[in-house]
Design a protein around this ligand. Structure first.
Ligand SMILES: NC(=O)c1ccc[n+]([C@@H]2O[C@H](COP(=O)([O-])OP(=O)(O)OC[C@H]3O[C@@H](n4cnc5c(N)ncnc54)[C@H](O)[C@@H]3O)[C@@H](O)[C@H]2O)c1
Length: 383
């Protein structure tokens, strides 16, 4: 059983996603468990070098997590031939340029979504990667959520019969920053800084819909900026000019209709921060991040509309929970491990930069649909 060292240049790891999900819960966790096991039993041990602007912050993180290699010099890190993978979870607007540099340096790529903040530059990036034969991965974490894994299992088992529709509800109240601190970075609410819920969430909905319910063929999207001013991390008021809610409908291959509301201006009274309600001729299911409940056609009650009487049916009790028959690991880590196996053992991998481009394509079409107040077809991508 051989051991392989994977040198990873990690950028953006002082941020919310880069630190929590990628550095700590994925890369350090893979290292601490003794590496990623390949199909032949070999192990791949990640050896990160963390890159950022603030040497003090890097040193602090390095000390806390036992990462000896830190630098503020990205150019020097990219020049090291022993580190073959570049990872980015920095702010969206820098991504295309950073990845281009890493491809030029001959690195494999793994990064957060969106791969860029506009379709043209994302397409250019994908073409460049293709011309260089770059191996790439883009985070599509929602597919690894236990709730959505259970939906996939139900679909594959034929549980739904003919799938009719999907209703997604995503969101929660993000505080304005004045009377309570906001739970998300302020750039999310500024257009000029790559913010906006349409760019953020339609990238996710693209791969969720494509992979679980049918390829997205058309979109109609209405955005809104419900809260026009917020207060930033420094306590300074700013104009929140980016969309903070999106009300979108999608037509999918196979005739399924999907409606997804995404909002940072809604208060939660549902099973989870995101829920997907799937209706099919033979059964329905509602999945949150973790749990999933089903109602088969033979268990479907017969409600009768009668506004003169208070509701007598306990609707939430009429569903059965899908059991946890398998152990689910952190979704980000699962995808990291799959990508590492792909790099070393050539195992199948579909979440590449092209998949990331599809997300940006849908986001841009969503924004255009809102602007032009009309349905738009989603063209198949030629790269
Ligand atoms: N997969 C998901 O579920 C998910 C969720 C949230 C965010 N994201 C994506 O992750 C990325 C980061 O989001 P976040 O919420 O962690 O943001 P964040 O603001 O917490 O982190 C941004 C990171 O970029 C760095 N950065 C910002 N400006 C920089 C500059 N000028 N030079 C060098 N470094 C700079 C920051 O230091 C920090 O490390 C975004 O692209 C976002 O779309 C993905």
């Amino acid at each position: 059983m051989a051991q392989h060292r994977l040198g990873i240049i990690m950028h953006g790891i002082t941020g919310r996603m880069g630190y929590n999900q990628h550095l700590v819960r994925s890369v350090c966790a893979m290292r601490d468990q003794g590496g990623v096991t390949l199909p032949n039993g070999d192990k791949v041990i990640p050896d990160p070098i963390i890159v950022g602007r603030n040497a003090e912050k890097l040193a602090e993180i390095g000390k806390k997590h036992g990462i000896a290699r830190q630098t503020t010099d990205l150019g020097a890190a990219l020049a090291n031939k022993d580190d073959t993978l570049f990872f980015d979870a920095g702010s969206t607007q820098m991504r295309a340029e950073l990845i281009t540099r890493a491809i030029e340096a001959g690195k494999d790529i793994y990064c957060e979504k969106p791969i860029s903040d506009d379709f043209e530059s994302a397409l250019k990036l994908v073409r460049f990667a293709k011309s260089r034969g770059t191996r790439s991965g883009v985070v599509q974490d929602k597919l690894s959520l236990p709730g959505l894994q259970k939906i996939k299992m139900l679909r594959d088992s034929g549980f739904f019969g003919r799938m009719l529709s999907v209703r997604g509800e995503f969101g929660y109240w993000v505080f304005e920053g004045d009377w309570q601190a906001a739970q998300r970075p302020s750039w999310n609410y500024r257009k000029q800084d790559g913010g906006g819920i349409i760019l953020d969430m339609l990238c996710h909905w693209r791969y969720v819909l494509d992979n679980l319910f049918g390829e997205v063929q058309a979109v109609s999207c209405l955005g809104a900026t419900h809260i026009p001013s917020r207060v930033d991390e420094a306590g300074k008021p700013y104009e929140a000019n980016a969309d903070d809610a999106a009300y979108a409908t999608f037509q999918l291959e196979g005739g399924v209709i999907a409606q997804i509301n995404s909002s940072w201006c809604t208060r939660v009274r549902r099973d989870d921060l995101v829920t997907f309600h799937v209706d099919g001729t033979h059964g329905s299911a509602v999945a949150g991040l973790t749990r999933c409940f089903t109602q088969h056609r033979v268990n479907t009650p017969r409600p009768v509309w009668n506004p003169d009487q208070p509701q007598t049916m306990p609707f939430f009790e009429q569903w059965d929970e899908v059991p946890d028959n398998v152990v689910y690991d952190n979704g980000f880590k699962t995808q990291w491990e799959d990508f590492v196996r792909h790099l070393y053992a050539g195992t199948p991998w579909t979440y590449d930069l092209l998949a990331g481009l599809k997300g940006v394509q849908l986001a841009e079409l969503g924004l255009k649909s809102w602007q032009e107040r009309r349905w738009l077809d989603v063209p198949r991508l030629e790269v």
